[in-house]
Design a protein around this ligand. Sequence first.
Ligand SMILES: Cc1ncc(COP(=O)(O)O)c(C=O)c1O
Length: 455
Amino acid sequence: MWTTAQRRRLTETPYADALDRHAGSGISSFHALPVGSLAHAPDADTSPLAERTRRLFGGYLATELTLGSPELDSFFRAHRQLARSRRLTAEAFGADDTQYVTTGTTGANQVALEALRVRGARVLVDRSVHQSIHFALDRLGADVLYARTSPEDVEHGVITTLRQTLAAGDSVDVVVVGASAYDGSLVQMRRFVTSLHELTATSGCRVLVDEAWTAIHAFHPGLRRLTALDAIREVLADHPDWPASFLVAHSTHKSMLALRQGSYLHVVGPDSLRADVRAALYRVHTTSPSLPVLASLDLARAHAVAEGAALVDTALAQADRLRELSRRVGWLTEHRPVASTGAYLADPMKVHLDLGTPERAQEVRAALFEEYGIFVSRQDGSTLLFTMHIGVTRAQVDLLVEALETVCCGDGPECACADERYIIAYPPGIPLQVPGEQLTSPPLRRAGEELYSTF
Ligand SMILES: Cc1ncc(COP(=O)(O)O)c(C=O)c1O
């Protein structure tokens, strides 16, 4: 996938190197960040709570520095190590530019929508996107048009709605799509971008793709074809005059070796778009970006270039072991949430196991945690979702297989949060109800209203 020279370059870690040089070097800060002193000042606080802070955060404390340019690059006006790190990341993903965000993909989505100038604009939104997008559009005063889509659709709902809207003589300024979801449904991005081009070849379009869950796919030769940036690049290569602007957000920690709150925001489009993203970052992002998170975004790209393909292969093999188990054990079946024949594909790194009834799924999930220390975050009715991310080890899967073969068989409420117009279950953070809709299911309404009253 990479030439030797490319691989050497893309595995450089300029920002992490700079942080490493200064971490624990004994620099006294007369600016802020008392926790930094705990790591290296010999006469620093030794009170019980300071010691506990040391124990809990260990070596991480040494990376909590307040240094700025020139020793460590400026976050908003990067031109040294951070700028180089971001350029390498853009190259690895095939973007024109990449920004690092340290306030999660929740923050990256806010930056993106600000940059795409959604205030007062007509924004066509995939109804199933993450709550951060719904709330940002609401706050920014966008004129939102929701498109509904389901895993069985042959054509993505956003494309169908766009076609109908344009045919009716109305315009759409911005399109927002969730390309990869927590449950492993991936939008067939080649088909999506091709259709988008057909509909907006001359008018152009501004697009946000939230590809939260699958950043690692770019580093595996088989899975790279499934990614948004690969599809965008391919369609743009055939249609270089298409006046399109794309922002693609990756919740890096979900699939790569990055700390939480690390997010890549990739840019493909004209220079003015890059400038708009930088300006939006300046307006929206915290002025105290986490240096450890920035360094981990640098390391995560290098790690994925060096090890990603092999680690994904291992993860895929582990996913196959679970599938094989489902064929062997009578009360387990593999559930496939998408048909993989139309608008969606199934992420091969996710396995849904159907345990027959919601009660059994609940019991098995509880037993896995209590008896084996195995955490399963997602239960959907009778199915449990197992994500084979690159941190899952063979020994962990050995234990899971043994546990599933041994445990057997309850009931628990879904947790729903609400404000007056949104009702959202987390995980996954996708609204059950958005403005203009009225949930009719009495239990969910009740759950929403009860929780709302506590806000
Ligand atoms: C599709 C999607 N987009 C964005 C986010 C937000 O990412 P973060 O929690 O890192 O802010 C999530 C988190 O679960 C998500 O699932």
